[in-house]
Unconditional design. Structure first.
Length: 63
């Protein structure tokens, strides 16, 4: 075996967040500050809205 096999891939639990952070940094790195602020605000509000909707729906299913 030449050592280039793809049978096993070793990865840490931080590989995905690392890659996502650097992808966002490259994608939004050249944009103006106001564009970054709007994008982060929309993303943050979507995450908060989804979390509230999830917990609200979860409460109804328990009863």
């Amino acid at each position: 075996m030449d050592g280039n096999g793809t049978e096993q891939v070793l990865a840490s639990k931080w590989d995905l967040p690392f890659v996502l952070f650097h992808m966002a940094r490259v994608a939004f790195g050249g944009l103006p500050l106001w564009t970054k602020a709007i994008t982060i605000g929309l993303l943050g509000s979507t995450i908060v809205w989804s979390a509230i909707a999830y917990h609200r729906g979860r409460g109804w299913r328990v009863r």
